[in-house]
Design a protein around this ligand. Structure first.
Ligand code: SIN
Length: 282
């Protein structure tokens, strides 16, 4: 059985990412081993576990250990209330999560944890990358940090989300989403991680449309600069998937991007996210 002391945590870079061995999530996971995993997640922000051939139910049961599961707005629009989502790319439905983002940041209370399992992979390509937003904050000089604190960003689901929903779930569902979801939210650009207390540059390139109160050109200048911090190789980790790999990441301090370099080949991932008690706070 997995225990805290059988877990092997191997960091992949200094800023972000660790591979976890000595764990089989099909077996009961004692609290002490789960706590060790949570601590590793707080330290490394994204964890990768090889060889976890979980059923949908086992995937969700494990995720529930972190908190209540998110009902994705698309599942809500479909009326299924399902917690599990399948991200399926093929020729007709090209990869969608192809810009740096954290999931659903345009909601007032976005998810806190994401858990992704590789179900069917292309022969080549289809990696996912994560970038650390605490590293992005730490890369700012002190005067720059002072300038950024207090700024507010407008997060917008954007047409890309609705087009993606249309490809994945059809026009009818996309129209329900357009009519029912709250599509924009304001969040501070610098937030404190609720568990570690660390400061995070809370930037989601795919969904932030402007910085509130700035002229459009000023806003663009800041957003381009933040993007350059997220893109820095030393802030990122890239995962080359094998079937049955599981990734667990902290949505509150990372961005991720699914590389579309396998298109038009088929790729299927199973995902769920976990909700926090409160939304992002400065
Ligand atoms: C996601 O954006 O959560 C999916 C990432 C992926 O498919 O690799």
């Amino acid at each position: 059985m997995t225990t805290g002391s059988t877990l092997r945590i191997t960091p992949l870079t200094k800023a972000i990412g660790a591979e976890v061995g000595g764990i089989d999530l099909r077996e009961p996971l004692p609290d002490e081993a789960f706590d060790a995993l949570q601590q590793a997640l707080l330290r490394h922000q994204v964890l990768f576990l090889r060889d976890q051939p979980l059923s949908d139910a086992q995937h969700l049961d494990f995720a529930r250990r972190f908190g209540p599961l998110t009902i994705h707005p698309t599942s809500r629009a479909k009326g299924t209330g399902a917690h599990v989502e399948f991200i399926e790319d093929d020729e007709q439905s090209p990869p969608k999560a192809t810009r740096w983002h954290s999931d659903l940041t345009w909601l007032p209370v976005p998810p806190k944890i994401g858990i992704l399992s590789a179900r069917l992979l292309p022969e080549t390509g289809g990696d996912t990358m994560w970038s650390s937003l605490t590293a992005a904050y730490r890369a700012l000089s002190l005067p720059m940090r002072e300038r950024v604190e207090g700024l507010i960003a407008l997060h917008d689901a954007g047409e890309q989300f609705f087009r993606g929903a249309e490809l994945a779930a059809g026009k009818e569902i996309a129209d329900v989403l357009r009519a029912t979801v709250s599509q924009t939210t304001e969040h501070p650009l610098v937030v404190r991680h609720p568990d570690t207390g660390e400061k995070v540059l809370y930037f989601s390139a795919a969904t932030i449309t402007k910085i509130v109160g700035l002229h459009p050109a000023e806003s663009r200048m800041w957003l381009d600069f933040f993007w350059s911090l997220v893109d820095r190789a030393e802030h990122c980790v890239r995962w080359r998937w094998r079937v049955d790999d599981l990734a667990i990441w902290d949505e509150r301090c990372t961005l991720h991007v699914a590389l579309p370099d396998h298109y038009p080949a088929r790729r299927v991932m199973r995902r769920c996210t976990v909700d926090p008690e409160i939304g992002p706070r400065a």
